[in-house]
Design a protein around this ligand. Structure first.
Ligand code: AMP
Length: 153
């Protein structure tokens, strides 16, 4: 890790290399906290990635301000991508961790423009909860969240 201006950088990270100008990218937006550029292998044309300038792996290690700016930038960019591509919808996707399909370990939001019947994302079969399973999970999540919020205050 090195400090690059205000940004913490990982030398082996492809997105940090884009941020440093060491490899090219089709940039579409930049502010103090975020950069957005076209995905090199798009699901649909106009597929855009929005990244925090600080290297972090995912949502849990992303500073709050970077996270807020990341989502604000995505909200700004997505309607413009729709307008330019003629798409009628979009998916906002964050693959968080290897199990979720994250390949580049620098947090990023995908803006994927969508067209009716474009067959871009596979629809996995959805599961059903057994007796009491949903309520048990609900309680555990609520309790953990409450404990976390209490610790933060
Ligand atoms: P993920 O699976 O969520 O980590 O997605 C990483 C995305 O980064 C993939 O969709 C890649 O196509 C994209 N990607 C990887 N390298 C580059 C690059 N040099 N320029 C633009 N997009 C890239």
């Amino acid at each position: 890790m090195t400090i690059m201006g205000d940004c913490i950088r990982d030398e082996h990270c492809v997105f940090c290399k884009i941020l440093a100008g060491e490899i090219p990218a089709a940039k579409v937006y930049e502010d103090e906290e975020t950069l957005a550029f076209l995905d090199i292998a798009p699901f649909n044309y106009g597929h855009t990635l929005v990244i925090p300038k600080r290297h972090c792996h995912g949502l849990s290690d992303m500073p709050g301000e970077s996270r807020d700016r990341l989502f604000a930038a995505a909200a700004l960019i997505a309607p413009v991508v729709l307008r330019v591509t003629g798409a009628t919808g979009f998916n906002l996707l964050l693959n968080n961790g290897q199990a979720a399909g994250q390949e580049v370990p620098h947090a990023h939001l995908h803006i994927i423009p969508r067209f009716v019947d474009d067959k871009v994302l596979l629809n996995a079969p959805q599961k059903q909860y057994g007796d009491g399973e949903m309520a048990a999970l609900q309680e555990k999540i609520q309790q953990r969240l409450a404990a976390r919020q209490a610790a933060e205050n």
